[in-house]
Write a protein that binds this ligand. Sequence first.
Ligand code: ZN
Length: 151
Amino acid sequence: MSPFRSHMDLALSQARAAAARGEVPVGAVVVAPDGRVLAAEGNRGRERADPTAHAEMLAIRAACAALGSERLTGCALYVTLEPCPMCAAAIGAARIARLYYGAADPKSGGVAQGPRIFGHPQSHHVPEVYDGLAAEDCAALLRRFFAERRG
Ligand SMILES: [Zn+2]
């Protein structure tokens, strides 16, 4: 299995764990330049009563804590859903080198649509962005979660 796919599989397992907690199933993984996984987190907004507790924010915080640094220079972030504007801004602030995401998020995404944070002139650091990684698996998880909640 390619490292890209296996890191996204880890993000997917975090997303499934989030769904089991009643959270919107989104998972994120931060990988160091040497390939070491620094953090793997899922959404915890409901659990923590915190609207900023998105998978990406939690993974960035945990990875920064692990490195003792406010920057994740050279690191990659894998996330199952297109980051929202808040998370995209945090990804830029953390100086993450590469962003891999799965499903597009037409409703709340801030990378390829909506505010397109990295295309904005005020974006001081722009990661390389790779979208559509395991997109169907990521999207199916979200569809199932919302269908079950409606049902
Ligand atoms: Zn977010």
